[in-house]
Write a protein that binds this ligand. Structure first.
Ligand code: HAM
Length: 419
């Protein structure tokens, strides 16, 4: 039997309802904040990701699904959506009539990481990106938007961690300070950090190795190195979050795994998913649009790890699963064409009516209706068929009513809708 590829999984009915609920709540909340949906391809030129996420990141170095297509182009299954949304912003010259764009996109991403709970090779993200606003109030606003979404979903288990990563003016001196500490400790760093110290020293800060953490225990913090502009920006972000009652922790070790960030960076964390504790992450990326040959437009955004948010919610509640409103029971030797047209006519009016067309006994159909959770059954047994009537029975109360075949659909809707 052919099975799904490792790290790739099916989301089945029974689980998908929670995904649908999250998606529809996200769309409502995001649109209240002026976001519009954008759909971007899952396949892009490899250079888009290596230039934006950074050549020396884990994603680009080890995790991308990259291949040469039959035309000789190097292509990559997108590991994230931000680069694609930026490409689209530039390609469609979106800044021409109004540089401010608020865009969201929902879909699968691909990273060849080691699969474990909360970590998949195909996973889903809900992304929101804002272009053209440099004000720190928009940084706070998108975090408030996230907190509105979590409130509507009843999620209380996540904590917001924020940091400022500075800008090209102030960050290099901090990077040098970390590099110096790393160089002094030489062989004691883990193998990954030995490489990182020259190419991407900030990533040593969030290394999980206890040795590396010990080495950096007394390291300076990035916020002490911020220039005036970055410090003022960060102060306004913090006070705006406070004014909206959004709780946060300042996390000096939060550096994010993608190179494009400037100033504000944040993550929503949980302790429910073991090592995979980041449920959403984002930040400002003021230089990215320009570095991809676009205009000099500031930007900020985030992505929610859809799979992880589902896991967090599923641990505390079940999704609402729709069941048939009426199950039509018409045992053998009765014309199923009538049942067929009732089902289609009821569906047109928004009522989910179902049957199994099995022609089995009333008893076995009743079992099926019960198992499916039908709220009503419509019984059209042989004697009812002769009288051209059916019986509509409320499964919860046991109440029943005879309905005539003529005008049956209208009558059934009236009873079910309690009109
Ligand atoms: P990221 O931190 O790489 O950021 O991913 C965002 C979220 O995607 C993570 O917090 C996590 O919940 C989820 N995620 C990442 N990898 C996996 C995986 N292998 N399995 C399951 N979930 C995963 C970005 O992707 C940025 N593009 C976010 C952003 C948007 N920054 C600005 N705008």
């Amino acid at each position: 039997m052919i099975q799904a590829i490792k790290g790739f999984r099916d989301v089945l009915p029974g689980d998908i309802e929670l995904w649908q609920e999250i998606e529809s709540e996200a769309v409502k909340v995001f649109e209240n904040f002026g976001f519009k949906e954008i759909r971007v391809p899952v396949l892009e030129k490899t250079a888009l990701f290596s230039r934006s996420i950074g050549e020396n990141t884990d994603i680009v170095e080890k995790e991308m699904y990259t291949f040469e297509d039959r035309g000789g182009d190097m292509l990559t299954m997108r590991p994230e959506a931000t680069a694609s949304v930026v490409r689209s912003y530039i390609q469609h010259n979106m800044q021409a009539d109004n540089p401010i764009r608020k865009l969201y996109t929902i879909g699968p991403m691909f990273r060849r990481e080691r699969p474990q709970k909360g970590r998949y090779r195909q996973f889903y993200q809900i992304n929101a990106e804002v272009f053209g606003i440099a004000s720190p109030y928009i940084d706070a606003q998108i975090m408030v938007m996230l907190s509105h979404l979590l409130d509507r979903l009843g999620v209380t288990e996540l904590s917001a961690h924020i940091n400022s990563l500075g800008c090209p003016c102030c960050r290099p001196s901090f990077q040098n300070a970390i590099k110096e500490i790393a160089e002094k400790s030489g062989e004691n760093l883990c193998d990954d950090c030995k490489r990182r110290k020259d190419k991407n020293p900030l990533r040593i800060l969030d290394c999980k190795s206890v040795h590396c953490q010990e080495i950096l225990k007394d390291a300076p913090v990035l916020t002490d190195f911020l220039c005036d502009e970055c410090r003022d920006h960060f102060d306004i972000v913090k006070s705006s979050l406070e004014s909206q009652g959004v709780k946060y922790t300042i996390d000096h070790k939060l550096v994010r795994g993608l190179d494009y960030y400037t100033k504000t960076a944040f993550e929503l964390k949980t302790n429910m998913l073991g090592a995979q504790n980041s449920v959403a992450g984002g930040g400002r990326y003021d230089g990215l649009v320009k570095s991809l040959d676009g205009p000099d437009v500031p930007a900020i955004g985030f992505a929610i790890g859809f799979d992880r948010l589902v896991d967090v919610i599923a641990a505390s509640r079940k999704p609402y699963i729709r069941t048939p409103e009426v199950f039509i029971m018409a045992p053998g030797n009765i014309p199923v064409s009538a049942v067929f047209s009732w089902i289609c006519d009821l569906a047109r009016d928004g009522i989910w009516a179902d049957t199994d067309y099995s022609g089995k006994s009333l008893k076995s159909m009743m079992k099926r209706a019960d198992k499916d959770g039908a709220k009503y059954v419509l019984i059209a047994g042989e004697s009812e068929f002769e009288k051209e009537t059916a019986i509509l029975k409320n499964m919860a109360t046991g109440e029943q009513e005879e309905v005539s075949f003529s005008g049956l659909v209208t009558r059934v809707i009236k009873i079910i809708r309690n009109l």
